[in-house]
Design a protein around this ligand. Structure first.
Ligand code: 5GP
Ligand code: ZN
Length: 117
């Protein structure tokens, strides 16, 4: 389902209807700080297109998924992650996904992260 979903929280953030602290945006992608950070630096990168999670992402979205992963290193550095960071994608019930619009968590900070999450 590539269409924009009227009531999806992250679609609304992407459209600017719900405020967020944006890190980056372009025609395809939006990055913004997580409202409940689990690390000193914690932001999310999402496609503007409403993909639910990686079950929704097949090879027809390879260029988009490539862009999604392709901006992370630069954005992480710009946000102060100069000595590493963690990337997490939660999918579905077992993955404890809370927001059903595909998003990549980028977490880092000055010191090594705790295990888990
Ligand atoms: P997940 O779906 O991967 O479990 O996590 C969703 C993430 O979105 C959580 O880390 C949560 O703090 C974040 N989040 C939920 N609602 C909002 C919001 O309205 N704004 C922002 N910036 N982040 C949110
Ligand atoms: Zn959405």
């Amino acid at each position: 389902a590539m269409h924009q979903e009227k009531d999806c929280l992250f679609c609304r953030i992407a459209r600017g209807e719900v405020p967020s602290r944006k890190v980056y945006e372009d025609d395809d992608l939006v990055a913004f700080h997580d409202i409940n950070p689990a690390a000193p630096v914690h932001f999310l990168v999402i496609p503007r297109a409403h993909l639910v999670n990686l079950y929704d992402a097949d090879e027809s979205q390879a260029p988009l998924l490539g862009r999604l992963f392709g901006v992370i290193g630069r954005l992480a550095r710009e946000q102060g992650c100069n000595d590493g960071f963690r990337v997490v994608v939660n999918n579905g019930r077992v993955g404890r996904q809370e927001v059903y619009h595909l998003h990549i968590h980028i977490m880092g900070g000055p010191e090594p992260l705790r295990s888990g999450r």
